[in-house]
Ligand binder design. Structure first.
Ligand code: AHG
Ligand code: MN
Ligand code: MN
Ligand code: MN
Length: 281
């Protein structure tokens, strides 16, 4: 088994365990993460589970996490960058959450062009894992249940755009963005649930656009390049979609620090083009 297969297997096994046990951590409170945001106990718990399963893999050299200030050295090889629980504020309300993993063939900070694989786990009514690998043509989707994974077909973004989920409208500083959001919400169905993985899954299934723009509290956007935006851009672009920070593919964003953020738009390429034409991000 090669390193990427071993990483995918360990993400799957850990995701099974997270899915079965996360309820035990719904209310627990944590500290503050390196982005200065409140952590819940489940963030810290999930991070330690993924560290324990990913760091020992032969070929994994560094472990980086949304929940850890610095990168942990664990030998030679790829850098695994993880958002152990994405949308974790959804746990208390039993709404969908996810896990995002980026596998970089470089030390961080690095651009998304250094990604060799991206993995997205969605803990929904059922748990799925979607994997994009540079050494594979297709984006593979798996159903995780009973401790194993059932391979679903190749994943491709639908060509017709049906749904839109734009975050941050309430705290946006740009009238242009708010007008654009209103326009899109009149053209498509509004699907926004407060967790990027779950909101992106709507776009992957029905076609459309997910976005988290610059806002007053987060002038660079809220989502983190290494742990959320770049791995998801890698996956969406591999599935035939597009990404932008407002001016370029998110894979071309050059983060200057481990927890750097970026405005993030993911979805159908015609909508990505429209974002770049419309917004002065
Ligand atoms: P995380 O739980 O990993 O910190 O991610 C939360 C992110 C993302 O999943 C979601 O789209 C966004 O925060 C929601 O932000 P608001 O709380 O501003 O809606
Ligand atoms: Mn968080
Ligand atoms: Mn997240
Ligand atoms: Mn998280």
């Amino acid at each position: 088994m090669n390193t990427l297969e071993n990483i995918a297997r360990e993400v799957r096994n850990t995701a099974h365990y997270v899915s079965d046990n996360v309820a035990n951590y719904a209310g627990a409170s944590g500290g503050t993460n390196p982005s200065g945001e409140d952590q819940i106990g489940a963030d810290v718990w999930a991070d330690s589970l993924f560290y324990d399963s990913l760091a020992p893999i032969e070929g994994v050299g560094e472990y980086a996490s949304e929940e850890r200030e610095t990168v942990t050295d664990c030998g030679d090889g790829y850098t695994v960058a993880i958002d152990p629980l994405d949308g974790s504020s959804n746990i208390a309300s039993n709404n969908s959450v996810g896990t995002i993993v980026g596998v970089y063939d470089a030390e961080l900070p690095a651009s998304g062009r250094e990604l060799v694989a991206s993995i997205m786990v969605l803990y929904g009514p059922y748990t799925t894992m979607t994997v994009a690998r540079n050494d594979r043509e297709e984006v593979q989707e798996y159903l995780l249940r009973d401790g194993h994974s059932e391979r679903w077909g190749q994943f491709e973004l639908p060509s017709k755009a049906t749904v839109v989920g734009l975050a941050g409208i309430s705290s946006n500083r740009s009238a242009t963005f708010n007008a654009f959001a209103t326009e899109l919400e009149q053209e498509m169905k509004l699907r926004y649930g407060g967790a990027t993985v779950a909101d992106l899954a709507q776009v992957l299934e029905y076609g459309g656009l997910f976005g988290y723009p610059r806002t007053t509290p987060n002038p660079d956007g809220k989502l983190r390049v290494h742990f959320e935006s770049a791995p998801l851009a890698h996956l969406v672009e591999a599935a035939g979609g597009g990404s932008t920070d407002g001016t370029q593919s998110i894979l071309d964003v050059e983060p200057d620090s481990l927890h750097a953020r970026t405005p993030t738009f993911l979805g159908n390429t015609d909508l990505i083009d429209r974002v770049e034409r419309t917004l002065d991000e």
